[in-house]
Design a binder for this molecule. Sequence first.
Ligand SMILES: *Cc1c(COP(=O)(O)O)cnc(C)c1O
Length: 365
Amino acid sequence: MISLSKPVIGKKELRSAIEVMKSGFLTQGSKVRELEEKMAELTGAKYAIAVNSGTAALHTALYSIGIKRGDEIITTPFTFIASVNSILMLGATPVFVDIDPATYNINPLKIEAVISRKTKAILAVNLFGQTADFGKINKVAKAHHLAVVEDAAQSIGAKYQKGVSGNLADISCFSFYATKNIMCAEGGMITTNNYDYYRRGVCFRNHGQEPDRKYEYSDIGYNYRMTDILASIALAQLEKIGHTTEKRREIARKYTQKLTQLEGLITPYESHGNYHTYHQYTIRVTNDCKRSRDKLKDYLFQKGIQTGIYYPKPLHLIPHVRKAMKRNYFLPVSEMASRHVISIPIHPGLTMKETDYVINSITNI
Ligand SMILES: *Cc1c(COP(=O)(O)O)cnc(C)c1O
């Protein structure tokens, strides 16, 4: 089976995890600090806070910017559930805006129409490894005094014009989940240039405890701390980010070159000035294709090729999310995308022979 994604685990990851375990200090310590420094360096952000998942990063970031019960947050329905669960965790209300069919990211031109007196922030997601259109998003946010949060779980290493993912908004969130471009099994990171957000985040990660005053609590908090064992794995991964991202881009170029010509398939679109990191290589199977998306998925499975559907249901149609919504939505682009998208194997370990096999299998339908 050719797998959809696969972590690249080298000697360095194995050796450094063992070293930490042998040292006897396992929890949040010097390795976590080192990872925070490296992420600040990579993104150019002033501050970084390591946490134990991307979801924890989003929850912490929204808390840090002051989101409270009843606040409205504008976001996309075409994302992983964690983006919206983090809004619900704080008792806030998601307000959905449809996506751009070319990039699958939130359509910035549709944001202004849904801003209300209760709107506090825009949570934009960089889906599949390409950043949202932060030029337009930040402009509308500024005009209405809204905070902007970047869900960068899928876009580590991505670039937008002169900016870098993790430094395109007021606060950004990464995930180091096993399938992400940089991983340590489970983990997350927040980056920001705002000192107040940073301070609030650091407390929230550790039971609300003030970092330099033990057993003094500024507010409720969680145990969202990362371990040094996992930080050492993420550090080893980060050393290779340039190479592993280029490998993904090389595979993507090859796919696009061959698959673009096929009728009924729409290959990913890289916006001008963007550096897409291809966390997923996602194509759209339109009604002009000889097989439906689901038939194509079954066919590729029989050929020994694993695929994924990200995402089969837009979030405004998920029951627990609907309960928190103030109204119903009809978001035709997201609903169409959910029916038509399929992600095909892409990871740095995929060989050129395997890439050709995937291309040939799709071409032969
Ligand atoms: C993976 C992911 C998350 C959540 O990250 P975890 O580390 O799995 O908690 C959030 N948002 C998006 C877009 C993701 O892909």
